[in-house]
Design a protein around this ligand. Structure first.
Ligand code: HEC
Ligand code: HEC
Ligand code: HEC
Ligand code: HEC
Ligand code: HEC
Length: 270
């Protein structure tokens, strides 16, 4: 979505630049501006609704009908960053989403089992609940850089080597993927989490451990002196897609006003 807005904003700027080249023929009339603004609104609104849930996906229909634990992945996934980006069950788990379930309540036990086997068949690349390297490979399809960073870290190695390291989903959840509440999630396994919010948990290595002890010494010194530690200002919370849309919308409006002013100036010169 951001790319779309970015591309569009660039096109808009190019248009405005074209006008400012004072080529009489290139002067766009007011109607086109109105069209441009409507197109801008569409570009912002469309991606938000484009991936409204796809209820015809067999995994979703059947798992919702099962209720309980087997339906939970569906309800968590709905509204998640993956659902918003059109990443359905099969992108991660494989399998065949196109199995026609008809009216699922009318299926006999045998029919149900047959449909289930068809949708969740190994021949369609179905992966059940992934563990260890299988989970990394699942995420790697789209997040190769993040996976590589984590698998080479102390904790990533401790996970792969069955030595108690956290898996991706301990920090990000399996279906409603979010960013972890850093010290809180760490407390599950670490007693002392001082300074944990100032390192990259995806990339804990020897250097990080040294950095961490540096941070901890500083913190202890400051505490002894009784002054507040003055750290670098932190990044603002990640913008939600609504806020991004809002900011982008504002930017488009500002561009439009600038374009309009240039247009009026040129119009007066004529
Ligand atoms: C007709 C019903 C039905 C359909 C369609 C279906 N499932 Fe399932 N699924 C089940 C049932 C029942 C279970 C639990 C029993 C089992 O594991 O065999 C299950 C279990 C699972 C599990 C857990 C397996 C494990 O190793 O614990 C995953 C993951 C899963 N389904 C994903 C999917 C995906 C992805 C799709 C679509 C491609 C899908 N399912 C389609 C009925 C269905
Ligand atoms: C971003 C990748 C991803 C997507 C998309 C995804 N899953 Fe999963 N799913 C996982 C992972 C990872 C696990 C293993 C969770 C764990 O180890 O706790 C899992 C586990 C499961 C399980 C086993 C029970 C459980 O909760 O651990 C079921 C059932 C399941 N998924 C069904 C689905 C269905 C149905 C969909 C579509 C609505 C879906 N998944 C979409 C990654 C995904
Ligand atoms: C088929 C592609 C695909 C797969 C497989 C996939 N993701 Fe994603 N993931 C995306 C897309 C697209 C986004 C949204 C755009 C972005 O932020 O990169 C996203 C976003 C995320 C985010 C939020 C990132 C942010 O910057 O806010 C997390 C966390 C995440 N995925 C974790 C996982 C985990 C864990 C797995 C494996 C269990 C996984 N993903 C598997 C495509 C995928
Ligand atoms: C110990 C907790 C933890 C584990 C385990 C973990 N992450 Fe992260 N992850 C984070 C935190 C915190 C951030 C945000 C800060 C950052 O960028 O490092 C993040 C960021 C991300 C992002 C956003 C882009 C990026 O690389 O910064 C993605 C995608 C992601 N993680 C996927 C994964 C995948 C896939 C795995 C498993 C291979 C995984 N994470 C394991 C804590 C974790
Ligand atoms: C599921 C348990 C688990 C969770 C949750 C977890 N860790 Fe770890 N962590 C480990 C294990 C296991 C090691 C490896 C210990 C070793 O090999 O010395 C480790 C090592 C580390 C180390 C290097 C050694 C040390 O203790 O200083 C740091 C730093 C670290 N983790 C930070 C974090 C942060 C930050 C989080 C939260 C975002 C986190 N961990 C969450 C299990 C966990």
């Amino acid at each position: 979505m951001i790319y779309k807005i970015h591309g569009f904003a660039r096109a808009l700027i190019m248009n405005i630049q074209k006008i400012s080249l004072i080529n009489e023929e290139a002067i766009i009339n007011r109607k086109e501006y109105i069209l441009l603004v409507f197109a801008a609104i569409l570009f912002i609104v469309y991606p938000v609704n484009a991936h409204a849930d796809k209820t015809s996906i067999a995994c979703i229909v059947c798992h919702e009908s099962l209720g309980g634990e087997l339906a939970k992945p569906v309800s968590s996934w709905k509204g998640s960053v993956h659902q918003q980006n059109g990443i359905t069950c099969d992108y991660c788990h494989g399998g065949d989403t196109s199995v026609n379930l008809g009216n699922i309540k009318e299926l006999s036990q045998e029919q149900f089992a047959a449909k289930q086997a068809l949708a969740m068949s190994k021949s369609h690349g179905f992966i059940g609940k992934p563990v260890g390297k299988a989970m990394f490979d699942m995420c790697r399809q789209c997040h190769s850089a993040s996976v590589e960073r984590y698998e080479n870290s102390i904790m990533g190695k401790a996970y792969l080597g069955n030595k108690g390291g956290p898996s991706c989903v301990v920090c990000h959840n399996a279906h409603n993927n979010t960013m972890p509440d850093v010290t809180k999630v760490c407390e599950r396994c670490h007693k002392d989490t001082t300074g944990f919010d100032r390192i990259d948990p995806m990339d804990v290595n020897e250097t990080t451990i040294n950095e961490l002890s540096g941070i901890r010494i500083k913190l202890a010194e400051r505490k002894a002196k009784g002054s507040e530690p003055s750290f670098l200002p932190e990044f603002p919370e990640e913008l939600g897609s609504f806020q991004i849309g809002f900011v982008a919308f504002g930017a488009v409006i500002v561009l439009f006003i600038i374009g309009y002013i240039i247009y009026m100036i040129l119009e007066k010169r004529r």
